[in-house]
Design a protein around this ligand. Structure first.
Ligand code: UD1
Length: 346
């Protein structure tokens, strides 16, 4: 068995896929999750896929005493992957303090507890949102693209969290960190045992699309077709969630085996390919043969027109590359939606 890793938010979408990959690679995983946007059945799904059940603690990372208790109970945690956070852009505009508390207090608690419990490093879930709308000349974005003012409290929490990690390492606190900036993670595990399961009406494109395809929603609204892009809809870099999960295993290995070039590193996790919203709907329909009723509506406030990654640095230095095709990724999202129906969940 390799090192013991704490995965906060491990019952969530990216956290559950990452736990599977960590366990498959031989790591021992302790999940901390307050289940605010997930449920304990996800742990069963993880156990079915990876033949091993992670330890699970229903704890809120903003509760420092409870987190101290987790480190004591599961002594010997060597690394942390910190996913636990609130992530709905619109909700963050309405409830900024909820976002600042959840996303910032939890990180500060972990960083304060790490030295006392001799944890060597933390991989942090960041987002391409830190780049704002890059200048067209900076597309596709590299890790050195300017960090632009955030367009939402959610985006601001990711920027502030990155700064908190940077300042803490700069001050000489003895731990390492790798900051992973995700583009748009989509899809589900090929077994359809785990996937994305948002509470209520989905805010993100893919769950709304698959719920429309299966008939839960009447039609998908495409937010705007008057952007300065070839077909007028927004452009994103859609990255397969299992590919993304694998990057975390590589990052943990790099950090714990002292392969990092510096105590703090940043990597963009994307495919390098920009795909428009309309193109994505089209690809889904072709890959699955299932129509997606959709209509064009007004732009969504706060949306970025276009962003996609230059993944060269992650490919060369981290040694990670996205390999799944968009077609297969969309098929996996569809298989997951059908599985939810079979199980009577949605
Ligand atoms: C946003 C955040 C990202 C965050 C992610 C997680 C920004 C700029 N981006 O990504 O950092 O990690 O949420 O929640 O803050 N769309 C439709 N119809 C829909 C839903 C979406 O047309 O019903 C379009 C959007 O306009 C957008 C694209 O699909 O162009 C992707 O939207 P979404 O899945 O919500 O992700 P982002 O907004 O890119």
């Amino acid at each position: 068995m390799k090192e013991k890793i704490l995965v906060t938010g491990g019952a969530g979408y990216i956290g559950s896929h990452t736990t599977v990959e960590l366990q498959t690679a031989g790591y021992e995983v302790v999940i901390v999750d307050n289940l605010s946007n997930s449920n304990e059945e996800v742990i069963d799904g993880i156990a079915r896929v990876s033949d091993s059940r992670p330890a699970f603690e229903k704890v809120d990372c903003t509760d420092k005493a409870a987190m101290d208790g987790v480190f004591k109970k599961h002594a010997g945690i060597k690394g942390i992957i910190h996913f636990a956070a609130s992530k709905a852009v619109g909700e963050s505009v309405e409830k900024p303090l909820l976002y600042y508390r959840n996303n910032i207090v939890s990180l500060v608690n972990l960083l304060e507890l790490m030295p006392a419990h001799k944890v060597d490093g933390i991989v942090f879930s960041s987002s391409c949102t830190v780049y704002g709308q890059p200048n067209p000349k900076d597309l596709p974005v590299t890790e050195t693209a300017p960090i632009l003012p955030a367009t939402s409290p959610y985006g601001n929490t990711k920027q502030i969290d990155e700064e908190i990690i940077r300042d803490t390492i700069h001050a000489g606190v003895p731990f390492k960190s790798i900051i992973l900036r995700y583009f748009n993670p989509i899809g589900a595990h090929p077994t359809a045992e785990i996937g994305e399961l948002p509470n209520g009406v989905p805010q993100n494109l893919i769950p709304y699309l698959t719920q429309t395809a299966i008939g839960i929603r009447k039609e998908l609204s495409v937010f705007g077709n008057d952007y300065s892009t070839p077909d007028g809809s927004c452009i994103r870099d859609f990255i397969n969630v299992v590919d993304l999960a694998k990057a975390h295993v590589i990052a943990i290995e790099r950090m714990l085996n002292n392969k990092s070039k510096a105590p703090l590193e940043y990597f963009n996790l994307g495919t390098g390919r920009g795909v428009s919203v309309l193109e994505l709907i089209n690809t889904f329909e072709k890959a699955t043969g299932v129509p997606v009723p959709h209509k064009i509506v007004a732009r969504r406030e706060g949306d970025i027109e276009q962003i996609w990654a230059n993944p060269h640095y992650a490919n060369e230095v981290l040694g990670w590359k996205a390999t799944e095709t968009l077609e297969d990724t969309l098929k996996s999202a569809w298989a997951w939606q059908q599985k939810l129906r079979e199980r009577g969940i949605m």
